[in-house]
Write a protein that binds this ligand. Structure first.
Ligand code: DGL
Length: 273
C-alpha cells in the first residue's frame, strides 16, 4: 500500500466525474486530490468495453505511478463496468467504484420496490447494474424490480455545457419513456454526467420520483475505505489538481462552472500515442 501522503486519484472520460469530485471535496476537505478528465478521448459510453478498459488502466496506472495516488476512484460508470475488476487486480491501492455504492443507495431509497437506472449504452449493455442491484437487494433483504434505459446523447449535452433547454428536454422525454412507463419511484443516475441534467430529468419523470446520484454515496464509500486503510489525514486543507487529455482551457472554463472555484487551473495529461 502507498503512504498516506499521496493524493486521492480520480478519473472520468470528461466532466462527469466532477460530480464525484465535488462530493469528495465536501466530505473529505483535508485530502489532496488529482482528477484526470479524458476529454481527448471522450465519450466512453459508445465505445467497446475493451477499449474503455484499456483507457481506464492507463489513467489509473498514471494516477498511481505519476501522481503517487494513495487510492483511485473510478468516477465513471462506464469505466467501472469495463475495468473495475481489472483495476482491483492490477493496482496495489484501494479502488473505489461508482456502481456498487449507487446500487445500494437506490435499493435503500425505494418504497415501492420499482426502481430505475439510466446510463450510457456501454454501462447499460454491460449488465453491471442488474448484478449490483441484485447484490444490494439481497444484502438489504429487499425485493426490487429494475428498469434500465440507456440515454445516448445526454453526455454530449453536458460536455457542451448545455444542461437545460428544449433540445435536452425533447431527448429526455424520448429516452426516459420506459422509466416513466415502469412507474418507478426511485431513479439512479447511473452516469456521473447525469446529475448536471437533474433538473430536466426530474421535470420529465415527475416530482414524485426520487433521483439518486452515486456521487455522494461514492464519497462515503471512499471515506470508509480510506479510513479502514489508515489513509485519511487528520489535519490540513487538501490541494486539488485537475488534468485533461483534451483542451485544458476548455476544461478549466466549463469545469469551474460545473465544479466550482476549486477548479481554477487545468494541466495537460498527455495521451500516450
Ligand atoms: N461519465 C461517464 C459515466 O459515468 C461516461 C460518459 C461518457 O464518456 O460516455 O458513464
Amino acid at each position: 500500500m502507498r503512504e498516506v501522503s499521496g493524493p486521492i486519484g480520480m478519473f472520468d472520460s470528461g466532466f462527469g466525474g466532477l460530480t464525484v469530485a465535488r462530493a469528495v471535496i465536501d466530505l473529505l476537505p483535508r485530502e489532496d486530490l488529482v482528477y484526470i478528465g479524458d476529454t481527448g478521448r471522450y465519450p466512453y459510453g459508445s465505445k467497446p468495453l475493451d477499449e474503455v478498459r484499456s483507457h481506464a488502466v492507463e489513467l489509473a496506472t498514471s494516477l498511481v505511478h505519476d501522481f503517487n495516488a494513495s487510492a483511485v476512484i473510478i468516477a465513471c460508470n462506464t469505466a467501472t463496468a469495463a475495468a473495475a475488476d481489472a483495476l482491483r487486480e492490477e493496482l496495489d491501492v484501494p479502488v473505489i467504484d461508482v456502481i456498487a455504492p449507487g446500487a445500494r443507495a437506490l435499493v435503500a431509497a425505494t418504497r415501492s420496490g420499482r426502481v430505475g437506472v439510466i446510463g450510457t449504452v456501454g454501462t447499460i449493455s454491460s449488465g453491471a447494474y442488474p448484478a449490483a442491484v441484485e447484490t444490494a437487494a439481497a444484502a438489504l433483504g429487499r425485493d426490487v424490480d429494475l428498469t434500465a434505459a440507456a440515454c445516448p446523447g445526454f453526455v454530449e449535452f453536458v460536455e457542451r455545457g448545455q444542461t437545460t433547454g428544449d433540445e435536452v428536454t425533447v431527448l429526455a422525454e424520448r429516452l426516459l419513456a420506459p422509466i416513466v412507463d415502469a412507474k418507478v419511484d426511485t431513479l439512479l443516475l447511473g452516469c456521473t454526467h447525469y446529475p448536471f441534467l437533474a433538473r430536466t430529468i426530474s421535470d420529465v419523470v415527475g416530482p414524485d420520483v426520487v433521483l439518486v446520484s452515486s456521487a455522494d454515496e461514492t464519497a462515503f464509500a471512499a471515506r470508509d475505505q480510506l479510513a479502514a486503510a489508515g489513509l485519511l489525514r487528520a489535519t490540513g486543507t487538501g490541494v486539488r489538481r485537475f488534468h485533461s487529455s483534451g483542451d485544458v482551457d476548455v476544461f478549466r472554463d466549463l469545469g469551474s462552472r460545473l465544479l466550482g472555484p476549486e477548479l481554477d487551473r487545468t494541466e495537460p495529461w498527455p495521451i500516450t500515442p
